[in-house]
Design a protein around this ligand. Structure first.
Ligand code: GUN
Length: 280
C-alpha cells in the first residue's frame, strides 16, 4: 500500500505556477469573498490566500458580515467583474441560507469564474473543451496520474453526485476513457458497486462511510471527504485503518485532495489572466 502525498504534489504544481508567473512578469489578482462566520470556510479561505502568496498572486479578501444582503453581494461581484486588477473571483460556499447561491455563482463573469461553477464553464467541462478546471476533480486526476496509473479502460466509481465534485469528477474520468459509475444515496447495494472499482472516489461528507468490504483488493482509493469525527479530528469519508491495507494507493485526510484543490485554483487563476490578456 502506498500513501499519495497530496501536499508534495500540490507544492510541485504551485512551484511551476510561481516560476511561470515570475518568468513572464505577470501581475495577477484573485478576489476571495467570504460571507458570515463559517469556521471551515475561514480555514479554506486562509489556505487559498497562503497559496496565492506562494505563487506570487495578489489576493484581495472581502470578508462580509452574516447579514449581507443579496443586493450587496451582487453589487460587489459587479464591481469585481469590472476591475482589471482582479483576474479571478471566488465566493466561498456555503453562503448563509438567506442568500441565493445559484444567482451569486451566475453573477460572476465566466472569464473570472476560477471555481468553474457557473453554467457556461460547467457546460464546457461537459463538452471537454474547457478553460477552467473544476478544482477538486482536477486535483484528484493529478493525484491519480502521480501514481503512474492509466485511467483508460478502468472501472471507476464515484460516490456522490454534487455539482462541485461528483458530477465533474465523473466527466474528467470519462474524458480519459474510464468506465464510470456514479453512486448516490439511492444506489442499491452500494458496497457491491464500489467493489467493482479499480479507482474509487468518495465525495460523500460522512466519516467512516467507506469500509473495507466496499473496496476491491489493489484499488486506488481517493478520499474527497472533509469531516470531523467524534473527537473533532479532521477525517475523510474512508475508514482509513481498515481500508488502507487493501489499496494499491490511498489518499490521506488531511494532506490528500485538499491541498490539490487549492493548487488547481492557482492554475485557474493563471489561466484567467492568460484568457483575459488575449482580449486586450
Ligand atoms: N466550498 C467547498 N469547496 C469549495 C470550493 O472549491 N470553492 C468554493 N468557492 N467554495 C467551496
Amino acid at each position: 500500500m502506498n500513501i499519495i502525498d497530496g501536499k508534495a504534489v500540490s507544492a510541485s504544481v504551485k512551484e511551476q505556477i510561481r516560476a511561470e508567473i515570475e518568468r513572464d512578469g505577470l501581475e495577477i489578482g484573485l478576489a476571495v469573498i467570504i460571507v458570515g462566520n463559517n469556521q471551515a470556510s475561514r480555514v479554506y479561505v486562509n489556505n487559498k490566500k497562503k497559496a496565492c502568496e506562494v505563487c506570487g498572486i495578489k489576493s484581495y479578501e472581502y470578508a462580509l458580515p452574516e447579514e449581507t444582503t443579496q443586493e450587496q453581494l451582487l453589487e460587489l461581484i459587479d464591481t469585481l467583474n469590472n476591475d482589471d486588477k482582479v483576474n479571478g473571483i471566488l465566493c466561498q460556499l456555503p453562503l448563509p441560507s438567506h442568500l441565493d447561491e445559484e444567482q451569486v455563482i451566475e453573477a460572476i463573469s465566466p472569464l473570472k469564474d476560477v471555481d468553474a461553477f457557473n453554467a457556461v464553464n460547467v457546460g464546457k467541462i461537459m463538452i471537454g473543451n474547457y478553460a477552467f478546471l473544476p478544482c477538486t476533480p482536477a486535483g484528484v486526476m493529478e493525484l491519480i496520474h502521480s501514481t503512474g496509473t492509466k485511467v483508460e479502460g478502468k472501472e471507476c466509481v464515484v460516490i456522490g453526485r454534487s455539482n462541485i465534485v461528483g458530477k465533474p469528477m465523473a466527466m474528467l474520468l470519462l474524458h480519459e476513457n474510464a468506465t464510470v459509475t456514479i453512486c448516490h444515496s439511492r444506489t442499491k447495494d452500494l458496497a457491491e458497486v464500489c467493489r467493482r472499482a479499480d479507482i474509487l472516489v468518495s465525495a460523500v461528507g460522512r466519516a467512516d462511510f467507506v469500509t473495507a468490504d466496499m473496496v476491491k483488493d489493489g484499488a486506488i482509493v481517493i478520499d474527497v471527504g472533509m469531516n470531523r469525527n467524534a473527537e473533532n479530528k479532521l477525517c475523510g469519508d474512508v475508514k482509513y485503518d481498515e481500508v488502507a491495507p487493501k489499496c494499491s494507493y490511498i489518499t490521506p485526510v488531511p494532506g490528500g485532495v485538499g491541498p490539490m484543490t487549492i493548487a488547481m485554483l492557482m492554475k485557474n487563476t493563471l489561466m484567467a489572466k492568460r484568457i483575459q490578456s488575449k482580449d486586450e
